[in-house]
Design a protein around this ligand. Structure first.
Ligand code: FAD
Length: 472
């Protein structure tokens, strides 16, 4: 598999690809699909990054299927791209060099649940909602909740998080062990069900966030939590975005164990009200959730209420009714689509910076000012308890001038966050869209180390080539 200048990859020789597809057809029959429509569905579809479809798609049903696809692709030097549910936002599932996409959605079995140890073993195609549906009757839940109903294999590979991360961490803190198919088709076991381990290099966390560039996850062992005794959700409106951010900073610094604290600026609230048929006050808003015993929840919300008043926050409405809570959080999870609905046909791209908590208010308010200055439409929503927020930038992709303003805005936002000690991506990953920011953030030495790891674990560069750090 030939790779050329950094950042670009070259397609395999046509004969090599034809031989690989022939071998896959013999092995998988009608589970090998080459129709244009299906190939395009397996490329990047969520933002304005260009769609680059694979040459073929294989529907995997078991680990042996993944091993055989990898072995056939390795034999012919053909790229292989894992596919969970395709909701990633930085071009992670695109196929710039073509190749074979392995669709893992049919590997959707919950293999073991160890309620007594608060963990379970699952296949990579299990989605977060399906897992929680499976666990509900056992009083257990899996807290990591990206807005989309993503697969656990994809969430692990993008180091995803969501609205519950402020209390329960990201995928990094919730994956105990993995089984990974490596370049020769053999399986790496990265850990055990032990809650902690110091056994050698931490391979589990090397593959968490690797975006399918080092191997393909065929099985996961993840942590579970007991469903809290009391769950209360609340909405608290603020006079200013800075006030809402200040309240968040104080709540985190004073150690209130918030389960969720999400910021929506007024523009985002308007979009959510319109899309999700809500009547939230159209001011800067914090959506909150408290978990614990009845007494603990009352204590947490009282403490937060005091902080909110200090920061220009009004009284907050709260509810413990499951149907109200579900409606509120579904609206939050639909924030991205509510923005898309603001200008049908326009492109939307979600930024994803994350800064140290004390810099949150400065970063968000300077960003709002920059949007006004550049005259761009971009509602803001964020997992602010982690210092992470998203601007859903709306641009007409055919309007070169508006796109140029959009690109300039995103560049300035990343520079602002990195200057504050933060990162260009809190949870969406690098993929193709954020490669250009990595060296400024981590330095060339870190890039060299990543490249060395890639070349050591995937010397043929067949695993999702052209992503994170393209090999030189
Ligand atoms: C409306 C919306 C809201 C979102 N909200 C959030 C949010 O709140 N937080 C957040 O973190 N993300 C969010 N996302 C982004 C997205 O949901 C996450 O990146 C998610 O983790 C992607 O999972 P997926 O199953 O769709 O993976 P895919 O998009 O299919 O794949 C993602 C990457 O993982 C690799 N991969 C997939 N499965 C495997 C495997 N088994 N082994 C190895 N590599 C694999 C793929 O090759 C690709 O590089 C949102 C997306 C949308 C559309």
């Amino acid at each position: 598999m030939a790779t050329t200048i950094s950042g670009s990859v070259r397609r395999p020789e046509p004969q090599a690809l034809a031989s690989a597809v022939e071998a896959l057809a013999a092995r998988f029959g009608n589970r090998l699909i080459t129709s244009q429509a299906v190939r395009e569905q397996h490329a990047h579809t969520t933002t304005w990054l260009p769609t680059q479809p694979p040459d073929a798609v294989v529907m995997a049903q078991e680990t042996a299927d993944i091993q055989d696809v990898v072995r056939i692709c390795a034999r012919h030097g053909v790229p292989v791209i894992a596919f969970g549910t395709g909701t990633s936002l930085e071009g992670q599932v695109n196929a710039p060099a073509g190749g074979v996409c392995i669709d893992l959605r049919d590997m959707n079995q919950v293999l073991e649940v160890h309620a007594e140890d608060l963990d379970c073993v699952i296949q990579p195609g299990v989605t977060r909602k399906a897992l929680n549906e499976h666990l509900r009757d056992q009083g257990l839940f899996f807290p990591i909740d990206p807005g989309a109903d993503a697969s656990l294999g994809g969430m692990t590979s993008t180091r995803a998080s969501g609205t519950n991360a402020v209390r329960y961490g990201t995928m990094r803190e919730n994956v105990l062990a993995l089984k990974v198919v490596r370049g020769d088709g053999e399986i790496i076991t990265t850990g055990t069900r032990a809650k902690k381990s110091a056994a050698g290099y931490d391979l589990t966390h090397l593959f968490v966030g690797a975006e399918g560039t080092l191997g393909i996850i065929s099985e996961l062992t993840i942590k579970l939590r007991g469903i809290p005794e009391t769950i209360a959700a609340a909405a608290c409106s603020f006079e200013t975005v800075r006030g809402a951010c200040q309240a968040t900073i104080l709540a985190i610094q004073t150690g209130i164990p918030l389960a969720r604290i999400e910021l929506l600026n007024a523009e985002q609230v308007r979009a959510c009200n319109a899309y999700s048929k809500l009547t939230l006050p159209e001011t800067p808003l914090l959506l909150l959730e408290f978990h614990g015993s009845e007494i603990e929840v009352a204590e947490q919300s009282k403490n937060f209420g005091e902080i909110a008043r200090e920061c220009g926050g009004g009284d907050f409405t709260w509810t413990t009714k499951p149907e109200d809570r579900t409606k509120l959080w579904q609206a939050r999870h639909d924030a991205y689509w509510s923005v898309k609905a603001l200008r049908p046909g326009a492109g939307v791209v979600a930024t994803d910076v994350c800064v140290p908590i004390s810099r949150l208010a400065d970063c968000v308010t300077e960003t709002e000012d920059d949007l006004k200055q550049l005259n761009l439409l971009s509602p803001i929503v964020g997992h602010v308890g982690d210092g992470n927020f998203h601007c859903s930038l709306v641009c007409d992709v055919d309007n070169k001038e508006e796109m140029a303003r959009g690109e300039e805005f995103m560049h300035r936002l990343v520079e602002r966050a990195q200057a504050m000690g933060g990162t260009c991506t809190g949870e969406h990953g690098i993929g193709q869209g954020k490669q250009k920011y990595l060296e400024a953030e981590l330095g060339v030495e870190a890039i060299d180390a990543m490249r060395a790891l890639k070349q050591a674990l995937d010397p043929q560069n067949i695993f999702n080539p052209g992503k994170i750090v393209p090999v030189g």
